[in-house]
Write a protein that binds this ligand. Sequence first.
Ligand SMILES: NC(=O)c1ccc[n+]([C@@H]2O[C@H](COP(=O)([O-])OP(=O)(O)OC[C@H]3O[C@@H](n4cnc5c(N)ncnc54)[C@H](OP(=O)(O)O)[C@@H]3O)[C@@H](O)[C@H]2O)c1
Length: 262
Amino acid sequence: MTSNTRPLAIVTGASSGIGYELAKCCAEQGFDLLIAADQPTIHNAAQEFRTLGAAVEAIEVDLATLEGVDNLYAAAKGRPVEALLANAGHGLGHAFLDQNFNTVRHIIDTNITGTMYLIQKVGKDMRARNQGRILITGSVAGFMPGSFQAVYSGTKAFLNSFSFALRNELKDTNITVTCLMPGATETAFFARAEMLDTKVGQEAKDDPADVAKAGFEAMMKGESDVVTGWQNKLQTTMANVTPSETLAERHRKIAEPGSGKT
Ligand SMILES: NC(=O)c1ccc[n+]([C@@H]2O[C@H](COP(=O)([O-])OP(=O)(O)OC[C@H]3O[C@@H](n4cnc5c(N)ncnc54)[C@H](OP(=O)(O)O)[C@@H]3O)[C@@H](O)[C@H]2O)c1
């Protein structure tokens, strides 16, 4: 990274989907980028963002590990981070008792542990400068018990909750924390989660570019949270007044293996 006139944004999970679009918004709106994912495709994304005028460094790390997060943090080389977009994450379908525990653990370690570790490291620097923006990709999935996606939904409930709590802790500073809570979005998420035979895996989904734009704008305005799309807004409002048992049964209908068309 050579440019020092533009502010720096770190975007995790920027190789595809929502994270790719978030990084693109950042590049288009004048940020340099430090981006990370765990596959080599992150370098292709970096090349595309460079064409938008950003200085871009891409790093291939497993953000489920503390070492991976340390490597990402070190790659900033002490340059102030104006925006941290903690977006990397993945899920897994099927019944909990049928899931591979290594994958279960990798979801928790990526979505929660690695994300917490990165936010704490970068957040301390932001606090020392009394400046910065943090965007956390939570999910509407965090509003309801996610039968047949139970661990993933639990991690997103954690992130949604954490985001509001951290925001409150920082309310007397110039650091803002924003939670982006997308609904089902057209990305590689459902294939990676082995959910292509489910109703939610097959139904029409939101455009990741629209979701990212809403998230980026909310972050720049310093808003607390953004749920994209009126259907998702309705869903989250209803979830607040619906018994958890009913929500879990409803989630079964869209996420149980085989619930989609064969
Ligand atoms: N799609 C949806 O319906 C939806 C809805 C609500 C929230 N979300 C959330 O949105 C975020 C982005 O997901 P997406 O839908 O855009 O899916 P995606 O296209 O699969 O993107 C996930 C990104 O995260 C990266 N990633 C995952 N695990 C990682 C790890 N351990 N270390 C480093 N990078 C890792 C992936 O990199 P590699 O490809 O290199 O692994 C990829 O860049 C996730 O937090 C997800 O939970 C998605």
